[in-house]
Write a protein that binds this ligand. Structure first.
Ligand code: G6P
Length: 474
């Protein structure tokens, strides 16, 4: 990968040939007590995808400084090769990220508003919108500065919808794509946005040569919004790339000693010979964790034979805690889990084992122990947990899956499919999942795992890069 330091040094600099832009980058920094900076590398599809293009590809990842540690790293000139972190002023970033991206765009695409009171597009909102513009412009300028002539730029997600259009103005020579990792809102819901801004968002994205979505459903929703509000998608190509799980990595990683240790610990919490219903999520409003708990409680009411014989293992990791509504939701998850344990628990049986501290090894341990995976989002771009658990589970899990997850389009046939709002139906699906004969469950899990690994992250990324490079811009 191209070194940021070399690039900053100028001189014989050629510029990067492949650029990725996203709010959250592949590395983050923490200031330790002794004042030293500690780097932590992240995982995820983009990281393994980008590494697949090899070290000679002149790739650069442009991302935001998100924490005080990140900002300190930028100021000290500490960095990873191939990564440029943008030190956008903290207040501008907060308005763009918390105010617009996570409180407006995420809400619109996941249908999260309580519409009698929200959203409110007032002066404060317009002020935050100006920050979203500034933050997108900072990315476009950095990309314009770093890109070699004709380079490919792959912009990620709803944080950066305006970048394609802004970058196109600065560098008409570049090949630009944008990929949405979220769902896309239906026309009537997208229409909640102020008229000028919905057009601005769409035309910002249409500045790209190519737009990518996780499923045909989200791609069609985007095209429908363009038909309604901008007179169509113009010359921009639209592609569907259903990100899959990295099966080889997961199987290997989930058999390492730290995972084995966590299995022993978890088994002790669950109790021997008990069945498990596993969920692993960020504590995210769209993940529907509370209704998952309510469905589990309903299962214990409707099928009391499961009492003492099943445990709901729920991992709900903190997310976006700057937003009050996420803090409240986190508290509600705890409250409902505690209430179930108080009402139904016995001396030797804790019905819900809830963990909130993010621990990847323990998540994999739960995957391995899963008899049933519960994935019931209100709405989700894809949901990789739905793909990962069937691959990793030791005995082949049954999957209870929301029809509103992007993964439903690939896994629906072998899952027990639910309406995420229907507690009774979800409770019944959990019962069916727990009672599936072992052979049937294994057969389904085998087919789920095959579908889940059909498009591994490296291929997913390379397909997009090749499609972008193949576009004739003459
Ligand atoms: C979703 C988004 C990502 C985002 C992730 C975590 O998957 O599509 O862009 O990075 O959530 O959210 P966070 O706000 O913590 O980055």
């Amino acid at each position: 990968m191209a070194s940021t330091h070399d690039a900053a040094a100028g001189g014989a600099r050629q510029g990067a040939r492949v650029l990725v832009a996203s709010n959250r980058g592949p590395v983050s920094y923490e200031v330790r007590e002794d004042g030293a900076l500690h780097a932590r590398r992240g995982g995820g599809g983009l990281v393994s995808g980008l590494s697949a293009i090899g070290p000679d590809a002149d790739a650069l990842w442009v991302c935001s400084a998100l924490s005080d540690g990140d900002r300190e790293a930028v100021r000290q000139g500490v960095g990873e090769d191939g990564v440029r972190m943008l030190d956008i002023p903290a207040d501008v970033h907060a308005d763009a990220y918390n105010g617009i991206a996570n409180s407006v765009l995420w809400f619109v695409h996941h249908l999260l508003y309580q519409t009698p009171l929200e959203p409110v597009f007032d002066t404060e909102f317009r002020r935050q919108w100006a920050s979203y513009e500034a933050y997108n412009r900072a990315f476009a300028e950095a990309l314009a500065e770093e890109a070699a002539p004709g380079a490919a730029v792959l912009v990620q997600d709803y944080h950066l919808c305006l970048v394609p259009g802004l970058l196109r103005e600065l560098r008409p020579d570049l090949r630009i794509s944008h990929f949405s990792h979220t769902p896309w809102a239906p026309v009537d819901y997208f229409a909640l946005l102020p008229d000028d801004l919905r057009a601005r968002l769409l035309t910002g994205m249409l500045g790209a040569d190519r737009l990518g979505f996780l499923t045909r459903r989200w791609a069609d929703a985007f095209a429908a919004c363009c038909d309604a509000f901008t007179g169509g998608t113009g010359g921009t190509e639209i592609g569907v790339h259903g990100l899959g799980a990295d099966g080889d990595f997961l199987l290997k990683r989930s058999h390492e000693p730290d995972v084995e240790e966590r299995i022993t610990e978890l088994r002790a919490e669950i109790g021997a010979d008990r069945r498990t219903i596993v969920r692993v999520d960020r504590t995210e409003l769209s993940k529907n964790i509370v209704r998952g708990l309510l469905a589990y409680r309903q299962l214990l009411d409707d099928h009391p034979e499961w009492r003492e014989r099943v445990v709901h293992v729920a991992f709900a990791y903190p997310s976006r805690q700057d937003l009050a509504v996420y803090r409240d939701y986190t508290a509600e998850v705890r409250r409902v889990a505690d209430a179930i344990n108080t009402a139904y628990g016995t001396d030797g049986w804790t019905p819900v084992v809830l963990h909130v501290k993010d621990d990847f090894a323990r998540s994999l341990a739960a995957y391995r122990l899963a008899d049933v995976a519960l994935v019931n989002p209100i709405r989700d771009g894809m949901n990789l947990v739905a793909k990962e658990v069937p691959i990793v589970s030791d005995r082949g899990c049954a999957l209870v899956l929301s029809r509103e997850a992007g993964a439903f389009w690939e896994l629906g046939e072998d899952a027990l499919v639910v309406n995420p709002y229907d507690i009774g139906e979800t409770a019944e699906a959990l019962h069916t999942a727990l009672t599936l004969p072992a052979e049937e469950r294994e057969r389904r899990a085998g087919r789920l795992a095959a579908a889940a690994t059909a498009l591994p992250p490296a291929r997913w990324f390379l397909d997009q890069l090749e499609a972008l490079r193949a576009i004739d811009r003459a």
